[in-house]
Structures are given as structure tokens and as C-alpha cells.
Design a protein around this ligand. Structure first.
Ligand code: SF4
Length: 376
């Protein structure tokens, strides 16, 4: 049975290998040797696949212009699972990429019933302030709200001329009672991805979209549509990279709507303690068995915290892994170490967020204002 991916669903795609084969996603490991300084998420195979990333890599290595397109849907609180995309954006920005950051308030409205007013508040307080505090320089990014971008809305309408309903239904599984805003929304997403290549922005150039594999339907559609409009706009098909979604602390999908699955960037010390203490691990039922048999880091959500965020140094990660497998470390101690590292990170992040908050709010007002030049 063919695999169906729903970008708005909650299921974690389990069989990634089958998915790669079915949708023609290439392994990222083939490119690792060519990367100037591979990000730890790349070295650790968290970023596992790509489409046409070689084109972006060529531009990166030769100092030519390339774009990274990304988006955020302001429909909930920002959690540690979202951070892995920001880590990648910072890496790309350091390597000279122009970052386009879309605030998907139209998507939040059509798919999650979030009002535009609430989407604005969430986008600024929950996302942009955190992005800047994490180290992404928003002033060097092209940030825009979908609902305020005439260029994106206009392009979406133009591109929709060559996409029909049967195709949308085959890709997204829309039913007869799907609302029209939601059915049209993927064209907005395609326009988001392709509009940096319009002549009034960067012109045709390599573009990469770093995504979880759940977003692949949008990428496939964008690449198909780019080819259909090659003559009119000279689009270069967008490239993409795919990362494993970070599992929730309970072992299910990490989700803003289930706080026990996620550590939010605004969580306090006590919340962090409780969540990590209660996290699902790959440990043995008793400390004695753990010492004798060792644990299984690959099944452990605490280990994933180290893998993705808390141990950027490879040697440190390896020593945690070995101590777990050999039984030299028991889960209680391992969790205490993770709590300490996470608390330290969140405390310094909190200070940085307060330091830059006013600046980000001003930037957001300029972008959202009808008179604002940036993002229009
Ligand atoms: Fe997970 Fe740490 Fe226990 Fe190993 S020792 S299973 S990494 S919590």
C-alpha cells in the first residue's frame, strides 16, 4: 500500500527507508564529505535525506547566491523540537545563505482556526523572540507574514492555474467537506517556496527548504509546479533536506498541544524537572538490571535530548552513549545530568530573550505594518 503523508497530521512516519525509496529521497550521508563544516545534526544523521542538495552545495562552495526558505506556523508554543530547524538556519546564515522566513498565518487560520490577531502574538512572542535569542540574526533575514505578502498571494493565484483538484486530492487527500481555504492553501505554500526566485527578489537561484518528512508533499508539489512554469519564470526546482522529527518525551510525537511531550523554550525549572524525570527511556526496570545489562539509547527520549541539543560535542555524546550501553550510567543520574544541562540552557536563553525582546517586537511591527517595506 502506498505511503500517505499528511502535513497537518499528528502521526510520526515510521518507515523512513520505505518512504525514501517511494518518494525518491536521496541519503544525505553521500554529501557529508563535501560539506565545509557539517552541522552536528548532519554528522549524526538526524538530517538523513535530501533532494537535489548538491546544487545548493555547489553554490555554497563557490560563493554563489543561494536561498534557504523556511516557515513557522504560529499555532502554539515553541518547543525544543522546533529548535532543530533554527539551529540549521543559523548554520546556513553563517555560510552566507539568504534566509527567507515565512510566518504562515494563513495556514494557521485555514488549518488550525487561529485568528490573525492571535497568530501575530504567537509569531512574535513564541517564535521570533526565541529565534533571535537562539542566534538567528532576523535583521539579515527576509521575514514576512503570508497574509501581508502581495507577492506570495499573487504568485499563488498565477501558479494555481496549472494545478487541478484531482492532483490536490491525490497528494493531500482532501475530502468533499474540506474547506476551500484549506484546499487552496498548498498553492500559498508553493508560492512561498518559489517567490524568492522572482526577479523582484533574488532571481532564479538554488533554494533549499529544510523540513521534516511530513512536509514533503509541499516540496514535491513545489518542484512539479516550478517545472511547469520554467518558461515564464526560469525557476530552478527547489532542493530540500529531511530531518527525523524529534520524538516527544512520552515516546509519542512531540506536540505543543500535549505539554507533557515537549520542553517549551519558556518552561521553568520545575516543569523541566518533572518532564525529564517522567520521560520514556531505554533503560531497564531496575538500577541493578541497568548496571548488569545496560540501556538502549536508541529507544530513549532522554538520549535524544543529548543527541539533538544538549551534547553538541561528538566526544561527549559518544561517552554518554557508551556509559548507557555498558550500564556504567543509570537512568536517574543520566536524567539529572540532562535536567542540569537543559536548565542551564533555558536560563541563559531566558536572559537573552529579555535582552532582545523590544528589538524583535519593533522589527515585527515594521514587517506587519501596511507601510513596511520588508516582506512585501
Ligand atoms: Fe536513556 Fe540515559 Fe537511561 Fe541510557 S542511561 S536509557 S540514555 S536515560
Amino acid at each position: 500500500m502506498p505511503i500517505k503523508i499528511d502535513p497537518w497530521g499528528t502521526a510520526v512516519p515510521e518507515d523512513y527507508a520505505k518512504l525514501m525509496e517511494e518518494f525518491g529521497i536521496e541519503p544525505f550521508t553521500d554529501l557529508l564529505d563535501r560539506l565545509p563544516k557539517a552541522h552536528h545534526l548532519m554528522r549524526r544523521r538526524v538530517i538523513f535525506g535530501h533532494r537535489d542538495f548538491g546544487r545548493v552545495l555547489d553554490a555554497m562552495l563557490s560563493g554563489e547566491k543561494f536561498v534557504v526558505m523556511t516557515g513557522l506556523m504560529p499555532s502554539g508554543r515553541m518547543h525544543i523540537g522546533h529548535k532543530l530547524v533554527i539551529d540549521q538556519l543559523i548554520w546556513y546564515q553563517d555560510l552566507g545563505a539568504k534566509i527567507y522566513l515565512c510566518i504562515a498565518d494563513l495556514e494557521a487560520y485555514s488549518a488550525r482556526n487561529v485568528t490573525f490577531q492571535e497568530a501575530y502574538r504567537l509569531a512574535v512572542d513564541e517564535y521570533l523572540v526565541n529565534y533571535q535569542a537562539l542566534g538567528l540574526d532576523l535583521e539579515r533575514c527576509h521575514v514576512y507574514f503570508q497574509s501581508r505578502s502581495n507577492a506570495v498571494r499573487h504568485l499563488a493565484y498565477v501558479l494555481a492555474k496549472k494545478v487541478n483538484f484531482n492532483e490536490m486530492r491525490a497528494i493531500y487527500g482532501f475530502a468533499g467537506d474540506s474547506n476551500i481555504a484549506h484546499i487552496f492553501y498548498p498553492m500559498i505554500d508553493v508560492a512561498d517556496i518559489l517567490h524568492p526566485q522572482l526577479s523582484e527578489f533574488e532571481g532564479p537561484c538554488p533554494t533549499v527548504v529544510p523540513v521534516g518528512v511530513d512536509q514533503d508533499p509541499h516540496i514535491r508539489l513545489a518542484r512539479d509546479v516550478a517545472a511547469r512554469f520554467q518558461n515564464e519564470f526560469g525557476f530552478i526546482p527547489p532542493s530540500s533536506t529531511y530531518h527525523y522529527l524529534m520524538p516527544g518525551l512520552t515516546g509519542e510525537k512531540m506536540s505543543s498541544s500535549r505539554p507533557e511531550t515537549a520542553i517549551f523554550l519558556t518552561d521553568g525549572v520545575e516543569e523541566v524537572k518533572h518532564k525529564i524525570r517522567d520521560a520514556f527511556t531505554g533503560g531497564q526496570p531496575t538500577a541493578e538490571e541497568q548496571r548488569r545489562l545496560g540501556g538502549d539509547p536508541d529507544r530513549c527520549t532522554v538520549y535524544k535530548l543529548y543527541l539533538y541539543h544538549l551534547a553538541p560535542d561528538d566526544e561527549e555524546l559518544l561517552s554518554i552513549r557508551e556509559a548507557c550501553k555498558s550500564g556504567a550510567m543509570i537512568c536517574g543520574d543520566c536524567k539529572s545530568r540532562a535536567i542540569e544541562a537543559m536548565t542551564e540552557f533555558l536560563n541563559s536563553h531566558r536572559l537573552e530573550r529579555e535582552r532582545i525582546r523590544a528589538k524583535v517586537k519593533k522589527l515585527a511591527e515594521e514587517i506587519y505594518s501596511p507601510r513596511g517595506a520588508k516582506g512585501f
